[in-house]
Design a protein around this ligand. Structure first.
Ligand code: SAM
Length: 218
């Protein structure tokens, strides 16, 4: 199911900050070497939004769950405040080796720390303190409920969590869509909406992007 009319999609892409040469080359290399996985990469307008939101939050410490070949990590790292850093989690040595090359080329290698391994283990191994200003969650969908909880407890009040693919190509409203990822996305969408600790909105950007702001303490 197209979330947005395809012609409008093209128009939206044409009216966001364009990708620079590094991101264009990364998208081209991903398309050429991993064509079967290209849909995992975020789009140019979503990348522009990540940079913009990271700047708006004034993020110095960011977290990413799901790196792939590095498009979103570059987009986030570019929006960080001076001296800011990104902790990037993934399980794939192969895919993140491409990311590492592009982080280097973008001049961001010193600001991004890669942790390889199941993200749930990485998150649970982090100190239990409100260290992060912004987090982007874009890994295996069945993990979203636990990634959300482990991230929220480590997010500062006023910080932002971004959950990607929260429309699942429209499958969230198809009663016949019942695979584990479909169920997990419906579950996390319901959890976030009912969570008194946050305010949130699900945007129909690409495959759905949910913005979740952790409320200040009363
Ligand atoms: C949709 S892709 C991420 C796309 C990326 N954000 C981008 O902009 O190109 C999902 C990533 O999650 C990773 N992943 C899947 N299961 C994981 C897990 N249990 N722990 C950590 N990473 C995982 C995959 O290796 C893959 O790179």
């Amino acid at each position: 199911m197209d979330i947005v009319n395809p012609a409008l999609n093209d128009y939206l892409l044409d009216h966001a900050t364009p990708a620079d040469e590094v991101l264009r080359d990364l998208a081209a290399e991903t398309a050429a070497t991993l064509p079967g996985h290209l849909s995992m990469q975020i789009s140019q307008d979503e990348g522009a939004l990540l940079t913009l939101l990271t700047r708006l939050v004034g993020a110095r410490r960011a977290l990413e769950v799901g790196v792939f070949t590095g498009y979103s990590s570059i987009s986030i790292a570019r929006g960080l405040a001076p001296g800011g850093t990104l902790l990037a989690c993934d399980i794939s040595e192969e895919w993140t080796s491409i990311a590492r090359r592009y982080w280097q080329r973008a001049g961001l290698a010193e600001r991004i720390e890669l942790r390889l391994g199941p993200a749930v283990d990485t998150l649970k191994s982090l100190p239990d303190e409100e260290a992060f200003d912004l987090a982007f969650i874009d890994a295996d969908k069945v993990g979203y409920p636990v990634y959300y909880e482990e991230t929220l407890r480590r997010l500062r009040p006023g910080g932002l969590i971004l959950l990607d693919n929260t429309l699942r190509s429209g499958r969230v409203v198809d009663p016949e869509a019942q695979d584990p990822a479909d169920r997990a996305i419906r579950e996390i969408n319901d959890i976030v909406t009912a969570d008194p600790r946050v305010e949130s909105v699900l945007l129909p950007l690409r495959d759905g992007l949910t913005l979740v702001r952790k409320s200040e303490r009363p």
